[in-house]
Ligand binder design. Structure first.
Ligand SMILES: *Cc1c(COP(=O)(O)O)cnc(C)c1O
Length: 392
C-alpha cells in the first residue's frame, strides 16, 4: 500500500475526519528531512508539532527506545521500573520540582495539574475554592476539562456543558487577573509562557512575575503549561526559566518523548504531597519505553544545545524580520510565529511545493524545527520561506 491516492481514500473512508490534512503521505524521515510516497524530499520545520525534538528517527533516541523495547515494554504501575524513576529524578534535578506524575499527553498532564490545584485548595481553604484561572486565547488540550481551561470560545461551543469552575482573564492584564481573584475563590492559575496555538505570543515578563507574586500572596498554585514551550523549544529547558519565576506546577508533554507519547505533571515544594495513593492514575503513565526515550532527550538538552537553539532562532528572526511580505516575527528560540501579508495557507502551500513543511497558528505561519537542525538545511528552508512570503 504505497499508492498516494489509495492511502488518502482509505483514510477518508475509515479515519474520523477530525483533522484537515495536507495532501502529503509521509513514509520516512531522517533528522530534519522526510520523504513522501512519491520520493519527494522535505525539510521539516514542524516536527510533528514540537514532538520530534531531534527530528525523525534520530539514532541516539531510537537506540535508547529500542534497547528498552527489547528489554521490558510495559509493566503497569503496580511495579517499579528504572526508566520511570530515573526520568522523574532527572526532571526534578533540572527544574527544582519535587515530584512527577506521568501520563501520556499534554491534556492529561494538565488534567493532573487541575486535580492537584483543586485538592490543594480544598484541603486548605474549603470545597468552594475550586476555580482555575487561565488566559484568553490559551490552549490547554481537548478533553472536556482542558477544553474548559482553554480560553478560546471556538473550541467550546459544540461541547457544552464543559467542566465548571474555570475563569479566563486577558493575557498581560494583571489587574484583570487580580479582579477575578478578588471576586472568586481561585485554587490555581494556569498559563503558557508563550501562547502556542493562540499565535506564538510570549507573555510579558512583568505579567508573569506579577502572577507569581499574586499566587504567593493569596496561596494560589502557579501552574505553567509547558507542553509546547518545554524541553528546550524556547532556548531554555522550560519557558518559565526565561522569566526568573518558580512555578508550583509545571506540565509538559510533546517534545519530552522525542516522538513517543508521554506527559508529565511536575509538582514543587508547596504541593508535591497533595496527591496520595489512589488519587490519580494512568495505565500507560510512566511507560518504560516512553520514559527511556524521554531520558535520552533530556540528557542531550544541555547548555550548549540550548545556546544553539537561541542562536538558530535569532538567525531565523534576523532573516525574516523586515523581509518583503513579512509583517512581524514573534516567539522565542525555535518556536516562532510569522505574520505575513499573504494568507498563511498560501505560504504553506508554496513551501510544501518547494520542499519545506511548516505549520500555522491562527493567522500566522508557525515554525517548530528540530532543535538540532543542521545550519545548511535551516538556511535552505529559510530562503524558501522568504520566497514564499514575497508578494507576486
Ligand atoms: C498541544 C498542547 C496541549 C495538548 O497536548 P496533547 O498532547 O495534544 O493533549 C496542551 N497545552 C499546550 C500549550 C499545547 O501546545
Amino acid at each position: 500500500m504505497t499508492d498516494f491516492n489509495a492511502i488518502q481514500a482509505l483514510d477518508r473512508e475509515y479515519v474520523a475526519p477530525t483533522y484537515g490534512r495536507f495532501p502529503v503521505t509521509l513514509v520516512r524521515g531522517e533528522g530534519a528531512l522526510c520523504w513522501d510516497d512519491q520520493g519527494k524530499e522535505y525539510i521539516d520545520l514542524g516536527t510533528g508539532i514540537a514532538v520530534n525534538t531531534f527530528g525523525y528517527s534520530d539514532r541516539v533516541w531510537a537506540e535508547a527506545v529500542e534497547k528498552q523495547l527489547r528489554c521490558l515494554q510495559h509493566t503497569s504501575n503496580l511495579y517499579y521500573t528504572a526508566p520511570c524513576a530515573e526520568l522523574a529524578r532527572e526532571l526534578c534535578l533540572r527544574t527544582g520540582m519535587k515530584k512527577v506524575f506521568f501520563g501520556n499527553s499534554g491534556a492529561e498532564a494538565n488534567e493532573c495539574a487541575i486535580k492537584v490545584a483543586r485538592k490543594y485548595a480544598m484541603e486548605r481553604k474549603g470545597p468552594e475554592c475550586f476555580y482555575i484561572l487561565t488566559l484568553v486565547n490559551s490552549f490547554h488540550g481537548r478533553t472536556l476539562t482542558t477544553l474548559a481551561a482553554t480560553g478560546q470560545e471556538v473550541f467550546h461551543r459544540l461541547f457544552n456543558p464543559l467542566t465548571p469552575g474555570f475563569l479566563h482573564a486577558e493575557a498581560n492584564d494583571l489587574a484583570a487577573v487580580e479582579a477575578l481573584v478578588q471576586k472568586y475563590p481561585v485554587a490555581g492559575i494556569l498559563i503558557e509562557t508563550v501562547q502556542g496555538e493562540g499565535g506564538v505570543l510570549p507573555l510579558e515578563a512583568d505579567f508573569v512575575r506579577g502572577i507569581e507574586a499574586l499566587c504567593r500572596r493569596e496561596d494560589i498554585l502557579m501552574m505553567v503549561d509547558e507542553v509546547q514551550t518545554g524541553n528546550g523549544r524556547t532556548g531554555m529547558l522550560y519557558g518559565y526559566m526565561h522569566f526568573g519565576v518558580t512555578p508550583d506546577v509545571v506540565t509538559t508533554a510533546k517534545g519530552l518523548g522525542g516522538g513517543l507519547p508521554i506527559g508529565a505533571c511536575m509538582m514543587g515544594e508547596r504541593c508535591c504531597d497533595v496527591l496520595g495513593k489512589g488519587d490519580h492514575g494512568s495505565t500507560f503513565g510512566g511507560n518504560p519505553v516512553a520514559c527511556a526515550g524521554a531520558l535520552s532527550v533530556l540528557d542531550r538538552l544541555d547548555e550548549a544545545l540550548l545556546a544553539s537553539v537561541r542562536e538558530k532562532g535569532a538567525y531565523i528572526r534576523a532573516q525574516l524580520e523586515g523581509a518583503p511580505g513579512v509583517e512581524s516575527v514573534t516567539g522565542m528560540g525555535l518556536m516562532l510565529g510569522i505574520k505575513g501579508k499573504k494568507k498563511s495557507a498560501d505560504v504553506l502551500a508554496f513551501c510544501r511545493e518547494h520542499g519545506v513543511l511548516c505549520l500555522t497558528a491562527k493567522d500566522k505561519v508557525r515554525l517548530l524545527p528540530p532543535l538540532n537542525i543542521p545550519m545548511d538545511l535551516l538556511k535552505k528552508a529559510v530562503s524558501v520561506l522568504k520566497d514564499a512570503f514575497k508578494e507576486d
